[in-house]
Design a protein around this ligand. Structure first.
Ligand SMILES: [Zn+2]
Length: 674
């Protein structure tokens, strides 16, 4: 009663009550919130507008009171005597992200939730001030477009400033086998024209952070100590470089005798000149290197990447191990460099000198932004706006892609089986709307709750298609790009806005031949858990056709492998691939050879014998041997390292075992005998 009156007054604007007052009435309940009337009036609370029915005026509700109120979605759903409010628009129940899903009311609800997750992983335009940003890592889509199918809210939020996808011509067809499951085929020509082209920016800091107070700074300085002398040496090199002799070319096959003779003499001259030139260049390089070396161990090769100030040239291409900044060690009087580490080729985007906290001190830290080009690759992840993700399995030549009667070819081919179980009808409608929009040159409104049973979306866009001379249902006859024959069924083809997600094979693929192993067990080492943003499983689709799901145990960067654990072992046994097990778990892992006793079957009692003149050293089993009585003949006995003489225990042989197996018995022996 009090709450109702308060609300009436505040919407009415009487009794000096502010409209943004939150009056939450919590009724008595069993095990619910503590009952009472709670008022909130402080600043910076979240509030949103809804229509207050008794006064037919705008009211603002907050997150505390909302769960205890009855707000109808639209006027039809107002329950008299219960509903106090009604939404101004049914889409107000959706968030910004959820509102960007076209025709979301046509989709099965979990798919809309997946899309809300995925749109956050889409490569796009992360900001308007990219130039000034120094994020550790940021992704950028170079060829973003405005969607043909978009809600008016999209423009209201100004999202065209931050495009995060491309309008793709999508054919729903099972074409080559490369679109099985969630794999999708990319048109190679689309790719070559820049479809989904992306970039990764990485920023790295180089320098010497102060370790604590009182620590001396200025021991290290960026740049070179004797910049002018270095400049002199380099300019000497430049000016001293001799002119290369002009090469001599062989005359034609029809050339006359004299021409050939002429060529021979010229060639001889050239060879001499070339030799002289080469030796001169070598001499020059040698002297340049020596001179630079004498200037505090400066190396000539650094100047391929670095400028005279010791910093890299903007736009310079760098590979793993290339120098990115030179510095001078004052105490050692030596020049050194920081190097770039990364498996991919990068380009220097920007170099920043970071000022020292104390303005009297020299620069002790620099920040370099690298640009890594990432064109779409086989294994990269894409998704439409309906929770339909897929992995690129092939960049298919345009000539072999299927085409329509008008010659259109799809940018993307996806498999029809992606639809029945997922029920993303919204994507089919988007395809239809996108196609009609492209044909008429208009953007389409995809706000949810705009269509109903009487006035269907399929009919609305179908008529637009008919007007443009296309099939009402959005399907078209198509021809095989390989044989040129007409395909037996008409193919559903239209325009769908596609996002490129930031999960890329280049960040994830694992290759390991031999690598670090544990000292104790000789098994491949495991170091670290995978990337922090690793977002659950995603299928690499047709790219990696795996017999089973591998579990990633170790960080890629440290050169770790993929573990074949118990579950993987079991699944391989179940697949009848027992030999693969031997290959993975023995040959490619910690294969060792060891001596074993054939009689008692242990590695533990194996002893090498003392070498006797004329005899090879042998391996015997101490456990199956008996102490010599002294009456045996010379050949029968053997000696261990401690002067003990034995007889027997000859039945030994070499077997292949995993190295850990040597370790396991010794552990259990320890457990038994202490
Ligand atoms: Zn034995």
């Amino acid at each position: 009663m009090i709450a109702d009156t308060l609300r009436y007054w505040k919407v009415e604007g009487s009794h000096d009550l502010p409209l943004d007052l939150e009056a939450g009435y919590v009724p008595e309940s069993n095990g619910g919130q503590y009952p009472g009337v709670y008022l909130f009036s402080q600043q910076a609370r979240m509030i949103r507008p809804v229509k207050y029915l008794p006064l037919d005026k705008e009211d603002f509700v907050g997150p505390f009171e909302q769960p205890h109120m009855s707000i109808a979605v639209n006027t039809e759903e107002i329950i008299s005597g219960e509903s106090t409010h009604v939404e101004f628009d049914p889409t107000n129940i959706l968030s910004i992200v959820a509102n960007m899903t076209p025709f979301s009311d046509f989709n099965q609800s979990p798919r809309n939730m997946y899309q809300c997750q995925m749109s956050k992983q889409a490569m796009g335009t992360p900001g308007t001030a990219m130039r000034y940003r120094t994020d550790n890592k940021s992704y950028r889509l170079q060829t973003g477009q405005t969607p043909i199918v978009k809600a008016p809210l999209y423009d209201e939020y100004g999202l065209d400033n931050f495009p995060n996808g491309m309008n793709a011509v999508v054919a729903v067809i099972s074409y080559t086998g490369y679109d099985m499951d969630d794999a999708m085929i990319l048109n190679k020509s689309s790719y070559e024209r820049g479809f989904a082209y992306g970039t990764v920016y990485k920023t790295e800091q180089y320098g010497w952070r102060e370790k604590g107070r009182g620590e001396k700074t200025g021991q290290m300085l960026f740049g070179f100590a004797e910049q002018e002398s270095i400049a002199q040496v380099l300019s000497d090199y430049e000016s001293g470089t001799p002119v290369a002799p002009n090469p001599v070319y062989k005359p034609d096959t029809e050339a006359s005798q004299t021409e050939w003779e002429e060529y021979a003499t010229k060639k001889e001259e050239y060879d001499k000149a070339k030799q002289a030139y080469d030796s001169e260049v070598r001499k020059l390089e040698k002297s340049t290197k020596d001179r630079l070396n004498s200037l505090g161990r400066v190396q000539f090769r650094w100047f391929k990447q670095l400028d005279l100030d010791g910093l890299p040239i903007v736009g310079q291409r760098v590979e793993d191990g290339d120098p990115v900044a030179a510095y001078y060690d004052v105490s050692k009087k030596e020049a050194k460099v920081f190097t770039y580490h990364g498996s991919e080729v990068a380009f220097i985007e920007e170099v920043r000198l970071l000022a020292h906290e104390n303005p009297d001190q020299p620069c002790q830290e620099i920040s370099i932004k690298f640009r890594i080009p990432r064109s779409p690759q086989i294994g990269d992840k894409f998704a439409s706006r309906h929770g339909q993700k897929g992995v690129c399995s092939q960049k298919w030549p345009a000539a072999d892609m299927p085409f329509t009667e008008s010659g259109m070819q799809p940018d993307i081919i996806i498999n029809p089986h992606a639809f029945p179980s997922r029920m993303t009808i919204g994507m089919l409608v988007e395809s239809l709307a996108g196609k009609a929009g492209a044909l008429h040159g208009v953007t389409q409104d995809c706000t949810p709750f705009k269509f109903d049973e009487e006035n269907t979306a399929a009919d609305y866009f179908g008529h637009q298609l008919i007007k443009a001379g296309y099939n009402y249902h959005g399907n078209e006859p198509m021809y095989s790009g390989i044989t040129g024959e007409e395909l037996q069924a008409d193919i559903y083809i239209g325009l769908v806005y596609y996002q490129r997600l930031r999960h890329m094979v280049n960040d994830k693929f694992q290759v390991r031949t031999t690598g670090k192993i544990s000292e104790l067990t000789h098994q491949p080492i495991k170091v670290r858990i995978p990337d922090p943003w690793h977002s659950g499983y995603f299928s690499l689709g047709a790219l990696l056709i795996l017999l089973m799901q591998y579990r990633i145990i170790q960080g890629r960067k440290k050169g770790g492998g993929i573990r074949v654990g118990e579950m993987e072992r079991d699944s391989m046994l179940a697949h009848g691939a027992a030999f693969l097990l031997q290959d993975r778990l023995l040959n490619c892992s910690d294969y060792t050879q060891a001596w074993i006793c054939r009689t008692c079957g242990t590695f533990m009692s194996i002893t090498p014998t003392i070498m006797k003149p004329g005899l090879k050293p042998q391996v015997r089993c101490r456990r199956c041997a008996t102490k010599a009585t002294g009456f045996e003949s010379e050949g029968e006995t053997w000696e261990d390292g401690h002067g003990n003489v034995f007889v027997g225990g000859e039945s030994t042989t070499v077997v292949a075992i995993p190295y850990v197996l040597k370790y396991v018995p010794s552990m259990s022996m320890e457990a038994v005998f202490g």
